[in-house]
Design a protein around this ligand. Structure first.
Ligand code: NAD
Length: 344
């Protein structure tokens, strides 16, 4: 089987080549992102493999179907960049629902600690033999309240990490997990209560119509003054303009962003020689209390192995049996516990 692999980065190839070879799947690596301009590169391939910033809208889906491409294998968990409803009946969409949730949860805590203990500042200072501590005062996490929005795989690992630090957890999820709320250190609450009582808020829900700009101006106004916002989920969960306003007004004490609403043309690329057109991102990055990483939370050796292994298993299963347990159901957007049956 031949698969057109879009938005290839050097770190993708070793694991995909290894698992692909063992399963009889050949990947043709394209550096281009999948979109309306590049979709014809998929001509002659049995399937395409795409990542978070590829654009799989109705036009791309229709063209892929015309080209005879049967399957889209996402090498990620989120699928907000795919018009899954339009894909119904035209293209099978497979994904990697779970890969090292520890990678993302641990990166979230790394960002939080870096930010509140000013490690990013101290690192630069000490390299210049500036050993002053002025302005580096942080605060203890022990005893603080963290609001976790989305208590799926990553959210729950992050909650465990936070509990290890002696933090209290206020959780919010559209579909609360059984057995997580212990009535004491972890409690499910409504969004308003979470906003009002959290010292730190971390986003671990998918990007959907419900969650688009879940952090907007109104939400930030409800938050404690000085709240620390962590977003390692999807950029458009946060209204970046509202966040910038919150930083300027000091309502937001710090923000750590691994994702950004308009990241698709910037993140994963070296733009150091270019003038950044996005004034909001430039202003956010210029703030001393904002840390931006470029969608790297998933990037651990373990996660890359998991992603390649599951993507190849998904494709093998699909080509051998016509079915795959990780196929997305367009109706519920889930693979597990899907009560709507197969997509086709
Ligand atoms: P998951 O499906 O296990 O958990 C998502 C949780 O969000 C579920 O419990 C679900 O019920 C909940 N949810 C759904 N709609 C909601 C709503 N409207 N309000 C509140 N909660 C809602 O997913 P996961 O593996 O934990 O991943 C979470 C998100 O992390 C993904 O959707 C993806 O966007 C993001 N992610 C980012 C990276 C990265 O590198 N930065 C890597 C992997 C995943």
């Amino acid at each position: 089987m031949k698969i057109a692999f879009f938005d290839t980065k050097p770190y993708d190839k070793p694991s995909f080549d290894r698992y692909g070879e063992a399963a009889g799947i050949t990947f043709k690596y394209f550096e281009a992102k999948l979109n309306e301009d590049t979709v014809d590169l998929a001509q002659g391939y049995d399937g395409v493999c795409a990542f978070v910033n590829d654009t799989v809208n109705s036009t791309v889906i229709d063209r892929l179907a015309q080209l005879g491409v049967k399957v889209l294998a996402l090498r990620c968990a989120g699928f907000n960049n795919v018009d899954v409803r339009h894909a119904y009946g035209r293209l099978h969409v497979l994904r990697v629902p779970a890969y090292s949730p520890y990678a993302v949860a641990e990166h979230t805590m790394a960002l939080l600690l870096t930010s509140i203990r000013r490690i990013h500042k101290a690192y630069i200072r000490s390299r210049d033999f500036n050993f002053s501590l002025a302005g580096l005062t942080g605060f203890d996490l022990h005893g603080k309240t963290v609001g976790v929005i989305g208590t799926g795989r990553i959210g729950r690992v992050f909650i465990d990490i936070c509990r290890g630090f002696g933090m209290k957890v206020l959780a919010y999820d559209k579909y609360p997990a059984d057995g997580l709320d212990n009535g004491d250190t972890v409690r499910y609450v409504g969004l308003d209560e979470l906003f009002r009582h959290s010292d730190i808020i971390s986003l671990h829900c998918p990007l959907t119509e419900d969650t688009y700009h879940i952090i907007d101006e109104a939400a930030l106004e409800k938050c404690k003054k000085g709240v620390v916002l962590l977003n390692t989920s999807r950029g458009a969960l946060v209204d970046a303009e509202a966040l910038l306003g919150g930083i300027k007004s000091r309502q937001v004490g710090a923000a750590c962003l691994d994702v950004y609403e308009e990241e698709s043309d910037l993140f994963f690329e070296d733009n150091s020689g270019h003038i950044l057109e996005d004034d909001t991102l430039a202003r956010l990055i210029s703030m001393p209390n904002v840390i931006v990483t470029s969608h790297q939370a998933f990037l651990t050796e373990e996660a890359l192995e998991n992603i390649a292994e599951t993507t190849v298993q998904n494709l093998s299963s699909f080509f051998k049996t016509g079915e795959c347990p990780n196929e997305l159901c367009y109706r519920c957007g889930k693979t597990e516990d899907c009560r709507h049956g197969k997509c086709f």
